[in-house]
Design a protein around this ligand. Structure first.
Ligand SMILES: Nc1ncnc2c1ncn2[C@@H]1O[C@H](COP(=O)(O)OP(=O)(O)OP(=O)(O)O)[C@@H](O)[C@H]1O
Length: 240
């Protein structure tokens, strides 16, 4: 379970996230949706412990991200929207490093590496250094780093941006596979089509405040059956 209680974040006096309450249960793909500047990345950075929470609290499988940071961080894998860490390492070295950090046994890591590198078409690139990778390839190697330790919770910030259609499709299938295996897949997006296709549950944030949280089907019902997600989104975020 991933829970946010009354979470607030300010940057130099400006409120980026305001009193946010979220509850994400296992076995679901959860889409965190909002326009540019809505507060999605700020929220994800607080969930992952990159940014401190100004008010409220966040727990992952019952572990508080601030009071019990190490245990909370063991629960999730994180794919940021851009990745420029460990650029001097080769792809394979980066993945070995992550597998070491999470104590993944040798045989298990080899098996996962073989399966997921091939699925994401990264095999050949693993012997190259990360600084030679394109944006999409970096996204994929970070994703592989998550898949190699199979956390209970996946947190992905705009994960499909920059992926070619084949890789995007592979990622969508992996997200579904993880959710069906009882894990939480929490991802942010402003691509409505993706959210509509993929999510079991959705939260919409705008100007730092939650506008809606619920099942995809509830959302359609609440805002008149038959309307498409785009018109609901525009209405909820006052952009219409
Ligand atoms: N480091 C920062 N310092 C000051 N303000 C910031 C900082 N980071 C974000 N903001 C502001 O906080 C608000 C929320 O930004 P955030 O990046 O969380 O939005 P987002 O929903 O992820 O947007 P996008 O879809 O464009 O990535 C915006 O008004 C943004 O300008």
């Amino acid at each position: 379970m991933l829970e946010l209680h009354n979470v607030t974040k300010r940057y130099a006096g400006k409120t980026a996230v305001h009193n946010l309450d979220l509850r994400v249960t296992p076995g679901k793909i959860f889409g965190f949706l909002g326009p540019n500047g809505a507060g999605k990345s700020t929220t994800i950075k607080m969930i992952t412990g990159i940014l401190p929470v100004d008010e409220g609290s966040i727990s992952i499988n019952g572990k508080d991200i601030e009071k019990d940071a190490l245990e909370a961080k063991r629960q999730f894998g994180y794919v940021p929207d851009t990745s420029d860490s460990f650029l001097r390492l080769k792809g394979r070295e980066y993945l070995e490093f992550i597998a070491d950090v999470y104590d993944v046994p040798e045989e298990v890591r080899e098996e996962r590496l073989a399966r997921y590198a091939s699925l994401l078409q990264l095999n050949e690139a693993l012997e190259d250094k990360l600084h030679t990778y394109s944006h999409g390839m970096r996204q994929k190697v970070v994703l592989l780093g998550v898949l190699i330790h199979q956390p209970d919770v996946w947190i992905l910030d705009e994960p499909l941006t920059g992926l070619d259609p084949k890789s995007a499709n592979a990622l969508k299938e992996l997200m579904r596979e993880q959710a069906d295996a009882g894990k939480i897949v929490f991802f942010s997006s402003h691509v409505l089509e993706v959210v509509e296709q993929l999510c079991d549950e959705v939260a919409i944030i705008d100007e730092g405040s939650l506008r809606f949280q619920g099942e995809m089907s509830d959302m359609r019902q609440e805002f008149q059956e038959g309307r498409n997600l785009e018109s609901l989104f525009l209405e909820l975020t006052n952009d219409a």
